[in-house]
Design a protein around this ligand. Structure first.
Ligand SMILES: [Zn+2]
Length: 453
């Protein structure tokens, strides 16, 4: 007897295509993938006729703890489930990762209703010195260096040791870790003030000014140096949250010459929002939102495979931190719950991006890049991380319905298709009829994703 059957849906299998079929779940895993006409005995059967059944999203880029450190794992994992996200990676930063990691993982396992993994944010020589040790102890194979916190910009945040030496040494250490990959935030922070000063002096406060203070070529210049260093260090790198056509062009040129692995991640907002967004400085984010031509180029990168993963860069702060103007507002905004609907509405419906490609960049490729072999697709033996979408249902984005600690979204009022009717995480029914279940609310049970290193 199976626990749950998702009966007769359009199964979106990223490796092979879309087929009609039923999925049987037992003990949190996918136990069978059957012909749609086959009758499967189960305690619970969900009629999926006319609906899409997709692998749950694995958001590769979130900032749990930037909102309310005590409760973010609870609120944001619920928000994730409402958007069909069944696992996430979050950046963990602290003075000493050896001390902070275990309590943070335990905290997450108490509160999160979906599985989660950590990327280590490296901001000091100590972090690099202890990289191999902490990677092994906590099962972490992905690390991030923030080139935009070099120099004065870093000092303002309390980081005084970030420079190219730290970046290069991180690469040398990370390559000792099986599956190790270094993600880099690319923006040339030394040149930003050259633009920022005059824009402020001219009284500019529109969102486009945020793009102009850190234009696309400052991202592309950093991308260029990072992937060149990575070639010399022989270390896989990941250009995270790529925002510009200019940056993607540099990556393509590099790939034509060097052989070292360069991975590329973008975020849903760089694909679907521009510097002219009506939400104004609510949409302030680093790197900045660009122009329509950049969105178009990034979608092309999704289609031709040069961009492998898409995340949200979810930052669950309150709208009060978006004040008093463009220059004073905090950077980043919430996006976990809207990642999937944005990809479906703007990718599948508006541009004809196949559902399999959307499943690849939001789930399968993330599982592969970050070494989570139990997730990322619909196949016997995988975790039963699944969601069911009614392709015809349109909902208007409303922050109040998204269960986040955050109390706004720059997408407020936008009509989107692609919301999950049901979400299952390791077989547990977290969202039913578009609403969080008692299981999600009272028995969270998310696991920490310890990776083999
Ligand atoms: Zn970043």
């Amino acid at each position: 007897m199976l626990d749950v059957v998702l009966a007769g849906g359009e199964l979106v299998i990223p490796e092979t295509g879309v087929v009609r079929g039923s999925v049987g779940i037992k003990d949190g895993r996918i136990a069978t993938v059957a012909d749609p006409d086959e009758t499967l005995a189960a305690r619970k059967t969900v009629d999926c006729r006319g609906k899409w059944v997709m692998p749950g999203l694995i958001d590769p880029h979130t900032h749990i703890g930037f909102g309310d450190k005590e409760h973010d794992f609870q609120t944001e994992s619920r928000s994730a489930a409402l958007g069909g996200v069944t696992a996430l990676f979050t950046f963990h930063r602290s003075a000493d990762l050896r001390e902070s990691s275990a309590p943070w993982i335990a905290h997450g396992e108490r509160l999160s209703c979906i599985d989660f993994g950590l990327h280590f944010g490296l901001t000091s020589a100590l972090h690099v010195d202890t990289l191999v040790e902490t990677a092994k102890r906590f099962g972490v194979s992905s690390f991030k260096v923030y080139l935009m916190y070099k120099g004065a910009a870093g000092a303002a945040k309390g980081f005084t040791e970030i420079d190219d030496g730290l970046l290069f040494r991180t690469m040398l250490e990370a390559r000792k870790v099986p599956g190790g990959v270094v993600g880099v935030h690319c923006e040339n922070v030394e040149v930003i003030p050259v633009f920022r000063g005059p824009l402020k002096a001219a009284g500019r406060t529109d969102l486009a000014a945020w793009d102009e203070q850190s234009p696309d070529f400052l991202e592309a210049e950093n991308v260029s140096r990072v992937i060149y260093f990575a070639a010399k260090a022989d270390c896989p790198v990941n250009i995270v949250h790529l925002s510009s056509a200019e940056g993607l062009g540099i990556i393509r040129r590099h790939r034509a010459v060097y052989r070292n692995p360069v991975h590329v991640e973008t975020c849903a907002h760089y694909l679907t929002m521009t510097r002219d967004d009506p939400s104004g400085f609510l949409a302030k984010v680093n790197p900045p939102l660009r122009r329509q031509a950049d969105c178009d180029a990034l979608w092309e990168g999704i289609m031709d495979g040069s961009i492998e993963t898409v995340g949200s860069d979810h930052v669950p702060r309150k709208v009060a931190t978006k004040a008093p103007d463009l220059w004073g507002a905090s950077a980043g905004f919430p996006g976990l719950a809207t990642l999937l609907p944005l990809m479906i509405e703007e990718g599948h419906y508006a541009r004809g991006v196949p559902l399999t490609r959307i499943a690849a960049v939001t789930s399968l490729n993330v599982a592969r890049l970050y070494n989570v072999p139990s997730k990322g697709s619909i196949a016997v033996g995988k975790d039963a991380d699944l969601m069911v979408i009614d392709p015809h249902e349109t909902r208007k984005v409303d922050h109040a319905a998204l269960a986040s600690y955050s109390d706004y979204t720059p997408l407020q009022g936008r009509a989107l298709r692609g919301w999950p009717v049901h979400t299952f995480a390791r077989g547990r029914h977290l969202v039913d009829g578009g609403r969080l279940t008692e299981t999600a609310l009272t028995a969270p049970a998310g696991h920490y994703l310890r990776r083999a290193v």
